[in-house]
Ligand binder design. Structure first.
Ligand code: FE2
Ligand code: FE2
Length: 472
């Protein structure tokens, strides 16, 4: 094999050059990662030059570089946010002790599991999205897809770094396993449900970025509070990239909403499909689906695992340090939605066991802000239609509502009502067929598919007809 200068290949701020053991582990893993990327990464575009940003430092004023890159040559780097001098553990039983720089032995297994579960989502989404390039609505969107993909690849590197640097042999085994599971595979599926769903079209892709990547944001934010300092610093830097993924999702759906409204106004009709757009009720059904799948990722409403992660100091709350309480939560309570017979009620549960639900609440509030901005677009066109988030009990597979059927407006409904109505609530085969019929690639510079409005501005201030991907 040709020798590769890995220190040069892997931009990093973890002093890779000095850490021979880590460097060797990564040198062994890197060709396997590339093999995975070629097999499971973006299909059909590996040889094309893409206008990508690459993380080259953690400097808040300029951490990224934009340039044309072939994806397999992307420089997947390892960056930790700058250390906070004297950082302490900010919650749980170890509150006030110095943050751990090494894995605390008694929590080794738990911590490894948390890192592996997060790490597994990163390659999973690349696998889910690998065919989308062939049906892109514009070069701008194609580039954004690939940007998200390479950064999910970098997030995998980030987690593999933690496993290789801090967990010895079992860490290296987990790093390999992360490349062996496959999204949607019956025999070796990805760990979490949402990451085994299909992402067959661009409406699903934008919904995924809005809802499922946002789960990632909230998981990363609570891991960024961790008492294990390398995990905290890794996640803090990942969040800077994650912001772009949220943007792709929110603006993508927003542009589809905008196009629907333009068609409605221009043709004075609700029959948006006749003019090649995606009608608002279909968008609502996609929201219902992607939101419910993503809500499951937060786990059960009442969870001793969540309590333990917190008590151990491994996973905090969203914005833990901004909260004004004792950061131990042994005595507090929290309102949790639950089921009593046929009705949905809120009940006070112990604050520690309710941490999943609390994070889900933070997530829902954040989703709602995005939905409000979509509704502003609708309102600005003088159209009366309101997009909504489904009730948290809708179509859940995990937690208190898994055993019942709940309507999007939050009523427990009979099997008969569900059977009669679920076509109004979830994407139908007809919806999927229609959306699939729109997925015709548009790759001319400055051109855009008819079902989505153009972006308000270019990436890195580039003009509208910029050649984001050189298809040549
Ligand atoms: Fe990620
Ligand atoms: Fe992401």
């Amino acid at each position: 094999m040709a020798s590769i200068d890995y220190i040069e290949r892997i931009p990093n701020n973890v002093n890779l050059a000095e850490n021979r053991r880590l460097l060797r582990a990564l040198e062994e893993w890197q060709p396997k990662f590339l093999e995975w990327w070629r097999d499971m990464g973006p299909d059909g575009f590996q040889a094309k030059e893409v206008y990508l940003r690459t993380a080259v430092s953690v400097d808040a004023r300029g951490w990224a570089q934009f340039d044309y890159t072939r994806m397999p040559e992307y420089r997947w780097g390892i960056f930790l946010a700058e250390p906070e001098p004297g950082r302490q553990i900010n919650f749980g039983d170890h509150l006030g002790q110095p943050a751990w720089q090494e894995v605390p032995g008694e929590y080794r297994g738990t911590l490894r599991r948390l890192i592996v579960t997060q790490g597994d989502t990163e390659p999973a989404s690349v696998e889910q999205q690998r065919h989308l390039g062939r049906t892109c609505p514009s070069l701008y969107d194609l580039r954004n897809l690939f940007q998200v993909n390479v950064e999910e690849g970098r997030h995998l590197w980030a987690m593999v770094y933690l496993l290789d640097a801090h967990f010895g042999r079992d860490g290296r085994e987990e790093s390999e396993a992360l490349l062996q599971r496959r999204s949607g595979d019956h025999d070796k599926p990805r760990i979490l449900g949402a990451f085994n769903e299909r992402t067959p079209d661009w409406l699903s892709f934008f919904m995924f970025c809005f809802f499922t990547d946002r789960d990632g944001k909230y998981q990363l934010a609570s891991l960024a509070e961790s008492g294990f300092d390398p995990l905290s610093r890794t996640c803090r830097f990942m969040l800077t990239e994650e912001a772009h993924h949220m943007f792709v999702g929110e603006s993508g759906v927003g542009r589809i909403v905008q196009r629907a409204c333009e068609i409605m106004r221009e043709h004075k009709t609700d029959d948006v499909r006749r003019f090649g757009g995606v009608d608002l009720p279909t968008i609502q059904r996609y929201i219902n689906f992607h939101c419910s799948v993503s809500l499951d990722l937060f786990g059960s409403e009442v969870s001793t695992n969540a309590a333990n992660f917190y008590t151990m100091g491994l996973k905090g709350r969203f914005e833990e340090t901004k909260r004004k309480d004792d950061h131990r939560l042994k005595d507090g309570t929290y309102s949790v939605a639950t089921l009593v017979g046929e009705s949905i009620v809120t009940r006070e549960e112990g604050a520690l066991v309710s941490l999943n639900e609390r994070l889900r609440d933070d997530y829902i509030a954040d989703c709602q802000r995005g939905v409000n901005r979509w509704n502003e677009i609708i309102k600005s066109h003088g159209i009366e239609f309101t997009l909504t988030l489904p009730h948290r009990g809708f179509r859940r597979a995990i937690g208190a509502f898994a055993e019942v059927k709940v309507s999007p407006d939050g009523r427990v409904v009979s099997e008969a009502e569900w059977d009669a109505r679920h076509r109004d609530w979830l994407p139908t085969e007809d919806d999927e067929r229609y959306v699939a019929s729109l997925m015709q690639p548009v790759t001319d510079r400055g051109k855009i598919a008819g079902w989505i409005a153009p972006a308000a501005r270019g990436i890195n201030s580039q003009p509208a007809d910029f050649e984001y991907v050189r298809l040549g």
